[in-house]
Design a protein around this ligand. Structure first.
Ligand SMILES: [Cu+2]
Length: 89
């Protein structure tokens, strides 16, 4: 089995970490978890409150816009990985 056999839309489990600004307590974590978990293809959400890191596990390729919309629905702001990189400069 080589890389060419890999089908990202198939069995592959993907885990992507986003950063969310504005979460301050367990209620915030619960709200974001609930909204993101409701997205199609999402199989798990893990949030580290102190760092604002939101790890999303999915069995399909997720549109980042969908995550962003879910986070905004919960009342918070998604910081995109590319914005993080730009902020590091
Ligand atoms: Cu809160």
């Amino acid at each position: 089995m080589g890389l060419k056999d890999f089908d990202p839309k198939g069995f592959a489990m993907t885990s992507t970490t986003f950063h969310v600004d504005g979460m301050t307590c367990a209620h915030c974590v619960g709200a974001v978890t609930r909204e993101v978990s409701a997205l199609p293809g999402v199989t798990g959400v893990r949030i580290d409150l102190p760092s604002g890191a939101v790890s999303v596990e999915s069995d399909a390729t997720l549109a980042e816009q969908a995550i962003e919309a879910a986070v905004e629905e919960a009342g918070y702001v998604l910081r995109r990985p590319d914005q993080l990189k730009m902020a590091d400069r």
